[in-house]
Design a protein around this ligand. Structure first.
Ligand code: SAH
Length: 400
């Protein structure tokens, strides 16, 4: 908090060098921001060195793209709710434990999202809503997730409950919206299981449409509670911009977007390609992707709900081809079935977007042994203050 006062001090030059992470009161317990006590410029230097060490053998690692303002960038905020000393608490799990560190404001989270979470906590008592107690498996409210759209300002609030019944739910929604009229939709998510997963399978719309809209790179997207969506919109536009540069689309290409989520990369690429197919395992995300194609009149984009590896194998065995393959797998990376099928499809370019540089290094090893060369490696700092780093790698087929 102190640090933020420093930032707004007009006598201080507001540059990244002046930004030091000190001042987070939760730092010792929370553990979410591994680099918060390192000046931002040093964080970037450290990530650059790590990426060079991991990926340098595949080619030159371009200078990492950092943020001008590396705070409050998280547009999706998750708070775990619990029960302590007779009262409701909310925050984040202490590192490697299930004790809750009580957090009111976090330096990397969107301010409005934090305010809404606090309001939920303050309303619980008057509505007699009990928070969930992991030890006894009793109580109702487990988590609150808030998503804020940077472009439209729309806000989605997800209340994760142990059972579908929220007492006086309409009055609760009314009271929350009265405090924060900018909330566009409130969804109840039912998660009955004792699990580390935040969301359960069932969503019940309590207020509004049940989804929000945002736009990225000039394309408008709808996103539902269950769909993946990047949390840092400023850096996502930069990341996708770099991915498009590496794809070198001319308008004639057949493109695959594997692990496509709600179709973000596919629909940006569809503006510059002949045809795009997106593949995604999560059916809610695929519904969003199809809806998003309509919304943007992208009649050249279609979406398949399937395991990306399996779909690629089938596509290759049918003898189909693709010119460019974008792939953006989860942190665990891709698998050999997928990679070997990509090589069979033999696209002239592969653009690999990765939030797990270790698995990227492993998968680049496979691709470079099977006919591809890394042309460009671009780290983008999507997660300032943490040790995580996103990298986009552009590969091209080696001419025989
Ligand atoms: N490209 C998207 C989403 C990337 S996140 C974006 O930038 O927004 C990775 C996505 O892969 C998630 O949506 C997840 O549901 C999906 N996924 C995970 N395993 C998968 C698999 N085996 N096959 C297809 N999609 C998968």
């Amino acid at each position: 908090m102190k640090k933020e006062n420093n930032l707004s001090n007009p006598n201080k030059k507001k540059s990244v060098t002046a930004v030091k992470g000190k001042g987070c009161p939760y730092m010792k317990k929370c553990g979410g921001c591994q680099y918060i006590d390192i000046p931002y410029e040093k964080q970037l230097e450290q990530k650059q060195a790590e990426m060079k060490k991991l990926l340098g053998k595949y080619g030159k690692v371009e200078p990492i793209i950092g943020m001008k303002d590396p705070y409050r960038y998280r547009h999706k905020v998750h708070a775990v709710f619990g029960y302590e000393k007779g009262g409701a608490v909310s925050g984040i799990y202490e590192e490697k434990s299930h004790r809750i560190v009580k957090i009111d404001r976090c330096m990397i989270e969107h301010e409005k999202a934090d305010e809404i979470i606090l309001s939920v906590r303050n309303l619980l008592k008057s509505f007699k809503i009990r928070t969930y107690d992991e030890k006894t498996d009793m109580g109702l409210l487990k988590h609150v997730v808030v998503r804020v759209s940077k472009e439209t300002g729309q806000i989605m609030v997800i209340l994760v409950l142990r059972s579908p019944i929220l007492p006086s739910k309409n009055n609760f929604a009314k009271a929350l919206v009265k405090l924060h009229p900018e909330i566009s939709t409130i969804v109840i998510n039912v998660n009955e299981k004792r699990t580390t997963m935040v969301l359960g399978k069932r969503d019940i719309v309590l207020y509004g449409k049940g989804y929000i809209e945002d736009s990225l790179c000039g394309v408008r997207f709808r996103l539902s509670p269950q769909s993946f969506y990047q949390i840092n919109p400023v850096q996502t536009e930069i990341l996708y911009g770099k991915a498009m540069e590496m794809a070198k689309l001319t308008g004639k290409e057949t493109v695959v977007d594997a692990y496509c989520g709600i179709g973000t990369i596919a629909l940006v690429a569809a503006q510059k390609a002949k045809r795009v197919v997106g593949v995604e395992l999560n059916s809610e995300a695929v519904k969003d992707a199809r809806e998003n194609a309509k919304r943007n009149q992208a009649s050249n984009a279609s979406f398949v709900c399937q395991d990306a590896g399996k779909w690629m194998v089938d596509m290759a065995s049918r003898g189909e081809t693709a010119d460019v393959v974008f792939m953006d797998p989860p942190r665990s990376g891709s698998d050999e079935a997928f990679l070997s099928s990509v090589c069979k499809l033999s696209p002239s370019r592969i653009v690999y977007i990765s939030c797990g540089p270790d698995t990227l290094a492993r998968d680049l090893g496979y691709l470079t042994r099977h006919g591809y060369r890394v042309e460009k490696l671009q780290p983008v700092d999507m997660f300032p203050m943490t040790s995580h780093c996103e990298v986009v790698a552009g590969l091209c087929k080696v001419k025989k």
